[in-house]
Design a protein around this ligand. Sequence first.
Ligand code: ASP
Length: 438
Amino acid sequence: MAKVCKFGGTSMADGNIINAVKKIIESDKERRFVVVSAPGKRYSGDTKVTDLLYACYSAIEKTGELGETFEPVKARFRSIVKELNANFDIEQTLSETQKLIEKERSADFTASRGEYLCAVIVAKVLGAKFIDARDVIFFTESGALDGDRSYKAIAEACRGEKICVFPGFYGSDTNGRVKTFSRGGSDITGAVVARAVNASLYENWTDVSGFLACDPRIVDSPKRIKSISYKELRELSYMGANVLHSESIFPVRKANIPIRIKNTFRPDDEGTEILPSSRYKPSGDIVTGVAGKKNFTVIYIEKSLMNSEVGFIAKVLAVLAEENIPVEHIPSGIDTMSLVIESGYLGGSKLGRVIDGIQNAVDPDVIRVIENIALVATVGHGMSSSVGTSARLFNAIAAADINIAMIDQGSSELNIVVGVRNEDYERCIKAIYAEFFS
Ligand code: ASP
């Protein structure tokens, strides 16, 4: 039985916190595989090491050299080593890293060095084996994770070792060059390692005591979720509940490995467990959580007898594919369909081109654009089995005097997504929370 422990940026922010992390690992023999993020913010207004590193790369791009931009990174790591009171010299590793950044000249390589340096330090502090993610985490030609190859390499590298430390966030592409996951991707590294070593548990250590039923910036002290299924988590984290990277579920889900969100600053708190559907027992709550995102655009299309026109939807979607625009939701009626798209994809002249393209492709009776829409997802396994849930949801929104611009009930009946105006977003979340949790 072995556990994988991934520590996020705030758990690596300074030497004292890393000492607390050491205690956490040493208090449980099963905690044998450790994945670390780059040091995060120490206080509000501080800069994450990864952001400092992206600034380093910008300097290289603009001026051809790092100049002074690497100095704050060095200062961060020097002070961590000092606070740790550890008896080792980081200077040589720092200057080698600086040279490599200047040699490799890649954004991904530069950004990955925060995790790299942090893992080198944590491995020293724990007396553990450092395993470079570059040698064991691989991406395919198309940029996706090469799971099978990575699982094999990780298992091989860990064989016979007691404790192993991996830098999160990166691996290597098919040419052996460092490539990162998207931001927050150390969570994915943790999941990949958990799968590779067939862990009994993937512990994800953060600075919060688990998932909350909604954003605490909107509702005061919302309820903590004790237990949640992978599917619910996927919906909530995709919709902006950002405790865990939304892609980190896939590697562990296949192997039925549970995840537990833990708080480094309150290690005795129970946290939230995330379970495969087969092991998940609904708590009795109808709704597990509410989350959402702002800034979507809805393109509403109406055409008589749309339902009998073969290939109508395909022609509309081809216009978006041509412009390389992903669609979030496609709610539809007999003669109507709407396309819900993140507004960021429609900047510049793109929106105009899309409208012209749809006009030419399907000659609709009506085409209308509704901008500044927020999506709010209400998620819970209990929703499918309890009669009247949608009525309660829509009544609560109506009672708050909020107009609903779009409704999409996922076919899994696990979630109902509504589109409201951006300015109604916070009130909408509050109204739903009050209806189901208060
Ligand atoms: N350090 C990276 C970031 O800031 C990755 C991570 O923390 O997971 O996005």
